[in-house]
Design a protein around this ligand. Structure first.
Ligand code: SAM
Ligand code: ZN
Length: 382
């Protein structure tokens, strides 16, 4: 049982020691938190669609293109009340999805299909397209961008290629050069967002990121799709590169796809490294985060408190590239770390904007230059 949805899943024998991906049909109970966020975020987006008064709830179509047991789509049909198509090319999954639709009495609101996700997404348009595959979504982004009319939700669990740990794999999958730094989780998110922006632009659509979060190996984003060349062109203005100086820790964005980049670090003169093209724009909309938090009250979710905490962090974090890690800078300076809250207070007291982030407990964002950040850390550790 997740939310108010019952789901039959393959139960591994007690002595089995295999990961969910090795089961005949995939089901990972650890992902309940992410599916709870999906219910609240999709519900919030549906309310936005309904407020335009151009469509009725029952007419809104959602596709769970990689459905396995059907759990995502079942929850959307049952707990959000829109029509869901659950697709999986595996015959075992297809049979299980049909059974799960019956068990939940969702025959009117849900349907199962057994196709290659790319075929289905090229054949049919959906208001909301959810791409939650194993590993990388990159082979499906073109079809998903074609199909998505209003919202595109994408999961990536291939964090090593996204974050620069597997450099060449990342370049092949996302046509972007990542950089493995302490802020690799934000780098991965921005590589993924950049890839989505370019795929949507091909289909003359723009995007507005509503909510994005990185929790361990799970990168997830909810993008409002904005049809039209004007939106597509505007979206691409947020693409660019990130320069990073390994010597002093300077980092900074360079906007544009055709750019001239000085190789010298503006802070210390060291040789910088370049990552990109990346999405450099906002990755969440605070108002949408509030709407998701309000939806939590309307849905009986098992992980509600954790969801509220993550979304509140996302809402309140400064939405500029890239975060810093307090402990990394302290170590470099040989300084002792104060509590992250008092450090952020000190940055603010010096006239800078600063916030914690959802990426990690020791991370922070600020518009302070690296030299000022270091001065404040040193002053605090005296
Ligand atoms: C990670 S699981 C999906 C998990 C599911 N979204 C959930 O929340 O539990 C990936 C599923 O995608 C299916 N699959 C993989 N490639 C596919 C493709 N090209 N077309 C359709 N289904 C595919 C697999 O059979 C597998 O069941
Ligand atoms: Zn430098």
């Amino acid at each position: 049982m997740e939310g108010t949805t019952k789901v039959l899943v393959p139960v591994p024998p007690p002595d089995a020691n295999f990961p969910p991906s090795a089961a005949p049909v995939f089901y990972n109970p650890e992902m309940e938190l992410n599916r709870d966020i999906n219910v609240a975020a999709t519900a919030a987006f549906v309310e936005r669609l309904l407020s335009k008064k151009e469509i009725h709830r029952e007419e809104i179509r959602y596709v769970d293109a990689f459905s396995a047991s059907g759990i995502r789509g079942l929850r959307i049909a049952g707990e959000v009340g829109i029509h869901a198509t659950m697709n999986d090319w595996s015959p075992e999954a297809f049979e299980l999805i049909k059974e799960n639709i019956k068990i939940n009495g969702l025959e009117e609101k849900a349907q199962a299909t057994r196709k290659n996700a790319n075929v289905l997404l090229h054949e049919q348009r959906f208001h909301i397209v959810d791409v939650d595959p194993f590993g990388t979504p990159s082979p499906y982004l073109d079809a998903a961008a074609t199909s998505a009319h209003s919202m595109l939700s994408v999961t990536a669990t291939d964090t090593a290629p996204l974050c620069g740990a597997h450099l060449n794999s990342g370049i092949r999958k996302y046509a972007a050069v990542p950089l493995n730094t302490e802020y690799h989780s934000e780098m991965g998110l921005r590589v993924l967002l950049g890839a989505c922006a370019r795929e949507l632009a091909k289909h003359e659509k723009g995007m507005l990121p509503l909510l994005s979060h990185v929790t361990r190996h799970y990168v997830r984003t909810y993008l409002e799709v904005l049809p039209g060349t004007r939106h597509a062109d505007r979206t691409l203005k947020y693409m660019g590169f990130n320069i990073h100086c390994p010597r002093c820790g300077f980092r900074g964005p360079v906007y544009g796809l055709a750019v001239h980049i000085e190789r010298e670090c503006p802070a210390c003169g060291g040789l910088t490294k370049i990552a990109g093209p990346l999405w450099l724009g906002p990755y969440k909309e605070p108002e949408f985060c509030n709407e998701v938090i309000s939806e939590l009250e309307a849905h009986p979710l098992n992980t509600k408190d954790k969801v509220r905490k993550i979304i509140t962090f996302c809402r309140d974090e400064l939405d500029i590239p890239m975060f810093y890690d307090q402990h990394v800078i302290c170590k470099e300076l040989g300084a002792s770390a104060t509590g992250i809250e008092s450090f952020i207070e000190a940055l603010r007291a010096s006239g800078f904007e600063a916030s914690r982030t959802h990426f990690s407990g020791t991370s922070f964002k600020t518009d302070a230059p690296i030299s000022e950040i270091k001065n404040i850390i040193l002053a605090l550790s005296e």
